[in-house]
Design a protein around this ligand. Sequence first.
Ligand SMILES: Cc1cc2nc3c(=O)[nH]c(=O)nc-3n(C[C@H](O)[C@H](O)[C@H](O)COP(=O)(O)OP(=O)(O)OC[C@H]3O[C@@H](n4cnc5c(N)ncnc54)[C@H](O)[C@@H]3O)c2cc1C
Length: 459
Amino acid sequence: MIDKHAIVIGGSIAGLMTARVLSERFARVTILERDRLPNGPEERAGTPQGKHVHNLLVRGLRIMEDLFPGFDDELAAAGAPMMNYGRDVRLLVSFHQWMPNVETDFASRAASRALVEHVIRRRVRQLPNVEIHERVIVDGLHVSSDRRVTGVTGGSLGIGDRGQIFGDLIVDASGRRSRTPQWLEQLGLPTPETTVVDSEVGYATRLYRKPKGFDKWTVLYMPARLPSVRGGAIFEVENDIWMASLGGYNRQYPPTNEAEFLEYARTLPQPDLYDAIKDGEPLSGIISYRNTRNIRYHYERINLPTHFVLLGDAVCGFNPIYGQGMTSAAMGAVQLGETLDALHGDLDAVTAQFQKQLAALHDSMWLLATGEDLAFIHLESGSGDGPDPGWFDRFVQKYAGYCVVTTPSDPHIVQTLFEITNLTKPPTALFHPRIAVSVLWHQFIRPRLGMSPKVAASN
Ligand SMILES: Cc1cc2nc3c(=O)[nH]c(=O)nc-3n(C[C@H](O)[C@H](O)[C@H](O)COP(=O)(O)OP(=O)(O)OC[C@H]3O[C@@H](n4cnc5c(N)ncnc54)[C@H](O)[C@@H]3O)c2cc1C
């Protein structure tokens, strides 16, 4: 523990997880959050994405459990159902095929984003050396002549007074709308390059009451499967609520009008989602969201002022379809703790070191998210203003596609895919010889021998 003060901009998943990690290493941690924070699992203006399906990946759940022992029990006590990937998730793997049933103990919780944030926030509020200042909007960085960030400037919403607050380490966890690039520019400092891969996905979500006695699945997940660019998911979350989100690539935005929303659901490759909601009892209106592009700010490539780091969506926002954001935020917070420990708390060195390590963490997540997106972008419109992916990324993307469509013939691949997409194993795990041979056999050799595919049972 160092006798120093850390300031965190943003009190959402990334900010709260970071505050937890820093609370063990700094005498004092202050979170500055623009919103008034609710006492329960409620939506708020600063996180409009919270109204849509949020999949908490297994890696994210494990980190949260590690930092807040009993976290999973708290989600369960609030009514969030268990989501065992072999048993409770019905997943469409190609236009016609469902993922087969597998015996696995690989599981997460199906919860609303509001509940996940609420449980984390409740635990952070119990930390004696963390203070949360609500209704405070940060509008600039205070940088000393030796290029050190020494504090932030901002104002109190409602009261209207402005001021400065000083700290020894400043963390920007203010999400996709982070103003750091503008603040750096105003200070005459270098600004980061960005890489954008935009498959122009739009979401529309509605809540339904789960029908009494329904137990076929906890999660129905039907990602877009070519040649269709439309997909959808239903997550059973706490209080027997079904959160149903529809989404389409290449501006195939799902409508917010009731009849058209249902019609869009009817056009998905398989009828399961439409059948589940067509006679359902709606509990909300239909809400849309379109700010979904993959965007990376390359802070690791610039000479940032010291005593300052950024993490979460402020550095890397992923197309939400792959469910990586909360887990990426949690991994970033853990990485920050590890970097600080490795540097023995040397705050002059932490900025450059941390941003490089964070970028390395983001690399494989980025490959997973953009790999699939690129298949859709190159199909129709959509845009990527980043460098064109090289042959290796394209090869991985193509090979991963073969692995996915092999799952109905080989349930062993299922577990590996679950582990990769849940970020508990790197994408390279797909190149295990056992998997490569299976893909070769089922996708290339069997068809040439005129043998029909062997298909495992799906739920
Ligand atoms: C439609 C959609 C669906 C998603 N689905 C998933 C999913 O399935 N799984 C998953 O893991 N992730 C998902 N995500 C991503 C996930 O929501 C974010 O990655 C996650 O919330 C972590 O983000 P964050 O904490 O970095 O930023 P945010 O959650 O955006 O929070 C930023 C916080 O900073 C505050 N703030 C902003 N500016 C200031 C300022 N100047 N001063 C003070 N406070 C400020 C805001 O009020 C807010 O509280 C989805 C995102 C979208 C858009």
